[in-house]
Design a protein around this ligand. Structure first.
Ligand code: MF3
Ligand code: CO
Ligand code: CO
Length: 309
């Protein structure tokens, strides 16, 4: 066996030590009186059949689901500090979502075993909450999705754990900014690829990578509908934006090469080079003039607005 030489030169080292899987706690229960999405029992969401455009009543309900998701994400974020496990965050998120008479959308979605995704350091997305303790210097994305009155709201923030490095502060700040620029690019009549173009441009200017394997998605009565929103410029993503469309914008930016690799749990996606990555996500509605963020608190602010701003 030959030893692989570590690349030297301009590349800073990977995130050390690598994130390791912990123990996943038993499945958390959801009371019978809570309205569940069709996949809650089977794990199978089936094929996407919903229209790309929501009616007035669906939009009203999505505002409510979005607000619940934002409140839960805000609460989860305020619990983050060195010493807490991601399993404890899952418990807090699970209980709080139930208290709103809502269902934690990730639970049993394609068999996902927990109620929230927690993605640490080089984990790009879909990290499974477990017994790992958050450590000073970690960065952790908390991705909350709730299902309430038949519709979903999906939003995430990457939080610092205690004091973090200048490099990681910059990664988080510019990833959030790229999401904001993606949202600002939304206008009815334009193709959806203007979103990825804006995000990619900002990433390039800051020498950050853009993950291509995971993209934004239509959302509403279904968690993931057929509408695809790449976070890089894709000339073929030519679907025209229309008032009433609802989808997520959720760029994942990386300090190094953005290529992804999957853990054997078939969920946890990490960067191949082991370098760190951040993500922010909002569910948005296309309006007559542009975009409105649905995953906000009742004052119109989002948990992400409070991060390094
Ligand atoms: N919330 C994630 C997204 O932004 C999806 C998580 S799917 C799960 O699309 F099964 F991992 F929960
Ligand atoms: Co999403
Ligand atoms: Co999400």
């Amino acid at each position: 066996m030959s030893k692989r030489k570590r690349k030297t030169g301009t590349m800073p080292p990977p995130s050390i030590p690598p994130v390791e899987a912990g123990i996943v706690s038993p499945i958390r229960l959801v009371p019978a009186n809570i309205n569940k999405p069709p996949y809650a029992l089977t794990g199978d969401p089936g094929n996407s059949i919903s229209s790309l455009v929501r009616d007035g009543d669906e939009i009203k309900r999505m505002e409510k689901a979005g607000e619940i998701a934002a409140k839960v994400l805000f609460e989860a974020g305020s619990n983050i500090s060195p010493g807490i496990t991601t399993d404890k965050i899952d418990e807090i998120v699970h209980e709080m979502i139930l208290s709103f008479d809502a269902y934690p959308s990730p639970l049993n979605y394609r068999g996902f075993p927990k109620s929230v995704c927690t993605s640490i350091n080089e984990v790009i997305c879909h990290g499974i909450p477990d017994s790992r303790i958050l450590q000073e210097g970690d960065i952790v994305n908390i991705d909350v999705t709730v299902y309430h009155e038949g519709v979903h709201g999906d939003t995430s923030v990457t939080f610092p754990v205690g004091e973090i490095s200048e490099l990681d502060i910059r990664l988080i700040k510019e990833t959030r900014k790229s999401m904001e620029l993606g949202i600002e690019a939304v206008k009815p009549g334009r193709p959806v690829n203007v979103i990825g173009r804006a995000i990619e441009r900002h990433a390039k200017r800051n020498a950050l990578g853009v993950v291509r394997e995971f993209i934004g998605h239509g959302i509403g009565t279904e968690f993931h509908s057929s509408l695809q929103i790449p976070h890089y410029y894709d000339p073929y993503a030519s679907t025209e934006m229309l008032p009433g469309m609802t989808f997520t914008i959720e760029p994942m930016l990386t300090l190094g090469d953005p290529s992804a690799q999957m853990w054997s749990d078939n969920w946890t996606a990490v960067t191949r080079d082991g370098r760190r990555t951040a993500q922010f996500e909002h569910t948005i509605l296309v309006t007559e003039h542009g975009a409105r963020r649905l995953t906000v608190l009742d004052d119109g602010k989002a948990p992400s607005d409070l991060i390094f701003s």
